[in-house]
Design a binder for this molecule. Structure first.
Ligand SMILES: [Zn+2]
Length: 353
């Protein structure tokens, strides 16, 4: 099967099927709330059409077929999304043999070679200098500290994760003065309709600022608004930058033998405070590279995704992904307390996991 044919075959998958691979439920057709992780959709803006094979989100301004959906959902590029989908369908990667779809043999085969080559992402490297400059101008203030304390996060943990808080959004003007428009734009700190004469920060004023730190340097930011009233600014990501794994440095720390995989930044931080080092990411399947996967081998890996139906589905999908790479992971079950996620559990006053 050639490259073009396999793309066509994958794009003939219905969104319903793709959804089942991702651990989410999508209907055969019609309008639903947008399932994309960065879109907290209050009213249905996501439509499935053309016999269930095409989709459009009128709010995200994105559309496409099966592969495009995986790209948007995993925030990844074309080859990686395609490889992931082929694998889910049981197509042999890189070879010309495949299990015909419709047969019973739909299980992904264990792979001896990680798909490292396909996980390369074609974007400029993170502008660590610029990100460092933003964080230096964004110390945590009283309102941010109160937000974090309300979430049960302790001061030593706030320090450890270098949590900051967005100053006035005019900080982007200062950064443009210092680094130039192009660098600030490339770093993902501006909204997509920003121009050199009309600068808008993608991260809202006063939002709590979480730096993603890799090898001691900042590679990404996420921010969390202080209130729940404006859903669109609860969590914000950088514009047009690939999302990364939060707290990924612990994968390279050979003294850490037990670690948890959490949904998002706040749960990873909460798990760490509860005594279990953790990484966090958004979405059903981890944006792990082959080498990340390999570094997880032999460690005690615990899956701490949300304790609800959607979380269970994601946990099942994630365990399968990890198993393919020879990583055995345990799903940690819901505590009796009724907590829905790790941060809930922390806020109930627990001190260990
Ligand atoms: Zn959307």
């Amino acid at each position: 099967m050639g490259v073009k044919e396999s793309t066509q075959a994958l794009n003939s998958l219905t969104l319903e099927t793709v959804g089942s691979f991702l651990g989410i439920q999508l209907p055969a057709k019609g309008m639903v709330r947008c399932p994309l992780p960065n879109h907290d959709d209050g009213t249905p803006s996501f439509e499935i059409r053309h016999e269930g094979r095409r989709w459009v989100c009128y709010a995200c301004n994105l559309s496409g077929g099966a592969i495009d959906f995986v790209m948007a959902y995993h925030n990844t590029e074309f080859m990686m999304a395609k490889t992931w989908l082929m694998d889910k369908c049981g197509y042999a990667i890189g070879g010309n043999k495949r299990h015909p779809s419709g047969t019973k043999n739909l299980k992904a085969k264990p792979r001896s070679q990680p798909i490292e080559k396909n996980t390369e992402v074609h974007e400029s490297p993170p502008d660590k200098e610029l990100y460092q400059e933003l964080l230096a101008r964004a110390p945590l203030r009283k309102t941010g500290l109160e937000y974090l304390q309300g979430r049960g996060i302790s001061n030593p943990i706030i320090d450890r994760f270098s949590i900051g808080q967005m100053p006035s959004t005019s900080v982007v003007h200062e950064l443009v003065k210092e680094f130039g428009f192009e660098r600030v734009e490339t770093s993902g700190l501006l909204t997509k309709n920003s121009t050199p004469n009309w600068l808008r920060s993608i991260l809202p004023q006063d939002a709590v600022l979480f730096p993603y730190i890799e090898g001691g340097e900042i590679t990404y930011f996420q921010s969390r608004g202080l209130t729940d009233t404006d859903k669109s600014s609860r969590w914000r990501n950088l514009n047009h930058r690939r999302m990364r794994i939060y707290n990924i440095d612990i994968l390279r720390n050979s003294t850490i033998n037990r670690l948890a995989i959490c949904e998002g930044v706040l749960d990873a931080i909460s798990s760490t405070q509860l005594g279990c080092e953790a990484i966090g990411f958004i979405g059903a399947s981890a944006p792990f590279s082959g080498s990340d996967m390999i570094s997880l081998r032999g460690k005690q890996v615990e899956i701490l995704l949300d304790w609800d139906d959607a979380g269970e589905n994601r946990a099942t999908a994630l365990r399968k992904d990890l198993n393919r790479f020879g990583v055995s992971a345990t799903r940690r079950f819901a505590p009796r307390s009724g907590a829905k996620d790790v941060n809930d559990y922390l806020r109930e006053g627990h001190t260990s996991l």
